[in-house]
Design a protein around this ligand. Sequence first.
Ligand SMILES: [Zn+2]
Length: 497
Amino acid sequence: MTKPIILPLFFLLITLITVDSQAQSQQLADRLFKVHETYREASLTQRRFKQKDILPLISKRQGNALYQIETVGESFEGRTIQMIKIGSGKKKVLLWTQMHGDEPTATMASFDIFNFLEGKNDGFDDLRKKLLDNTALYFVPMLNPDGAERYQRRTMQGIDMNRDAAARQTPEAQILKGLVDRLKPDYGFNLHDQSPRYSAGRSPKVATISFLATSYDYELSINDVRERSMQLIVGMNKVLQKYIPGQVARYADDHEPRGFGDNVQKWGTTLVLIESGGRVGDPEKQYIRQLNFMAILSALDKISDNSLTKENREEYYNIPENGRWVYDLVVRNATVRQSGKSFTADLGINRNEVNYANATKFFYYSKIEDFGDLHPQYGSQEVDATGLTIEKGKLYPTAFKNVSEISKLNALNLLREGYTYVRLAPDANTRALGLYFTTAPLHILRSGQAVPTGTPGLGATATFILKKAGKVKYAVINGFVHDLDDFNAEKGQGIVE
Ligand SMILES: [Zn+2]
């Protein structure tokens, strides 16, 4: 008689315990999210920082009993690469960031984590003690400083070091392999940024954080090592959903025999890949940095007490894969006139970043990257051009001596008359010969630069007008939309080509 009662009670108890531990995880994550502002490293404010910006943050910690700082090697160009050890526990965790030079979000978060671990009397002392007693954290921030110097993915040698885990022709890859061999870490965090334009599954939302429990073989097998990686990801996904609902995704898990993630997993370390993606309105990824801080510390908490094993690895597969491309701008249903005929097309436009000022700053250069039926795809910004005709803008008849003279023009009047292009005189004073930007909402052409011909289409710079009943309604200049009925010249992100 008792059995039928006891069994459901037992499952009820298990369910209650699980719900309770999930509530605790969320509570901790929420508190970490909140406290981030206190520990945000104030000297890192945007993505284009270099090794010289983080060296003082490392050297000021020399002599602090919390840390052991060790030089682990040199980049190809001779920049010293350092490892920062914190904690004295048995579980070894190796965390490296920015093996791709233009992927700095987790580097910023790492210094926030150091600041946090130095704090006290803020309600987190128990967590700090638990982390430092049970784990030894080995951080290698900015593994590819030469790439960061140029804000480029690849190393100075032109090699993608995440495809160099097997051949190891870069000193940076040799350093990482050496550390994995020497430390034999139980856990590894391979911290990256991905394109900000992946959607989470088929949704219109961009993937703000993507995860991968890397595969150690082509069969995508799951051993204990990889299972723990899935469990860690399941835990991080749960706490992130509150902040970025529907915007967590997972990278396709095809085995990459040259990748570090795949090989480290194969060499026996539970490896978690975290990719910081995109978020509309957060181009410098400061919110995503805060999410990194919260998610990484949450995961370290679960490593420190082994509570990660309570997560169900099957839930890993419920996370949607990185999906289709989300364009920065989609113009829908524009009427295109070509060769005396008329048809409807969508335009997929991306605003690509171009480095300048020694790769400390960037401007946007926007291209029409797809043209035709884009109904399954989305834009972070969308313009409904139903009933509007797309046309190439006209060239203003006067040439100017310099960009600042052009900036003084009444851009709204020009755009209303259909002028999108303004030319610089042959003797014009321009800062540089290459591509440059202007705050004027106009498309400036250097002398000798041909005026685009034909209907704006695939591959063209995203400058055109959209007319309604013969009147210009929208001007799109370098991928930025200007509604002429609600015009704001301040929003200019023009281009000098
Ligand atoms: Zn990367």
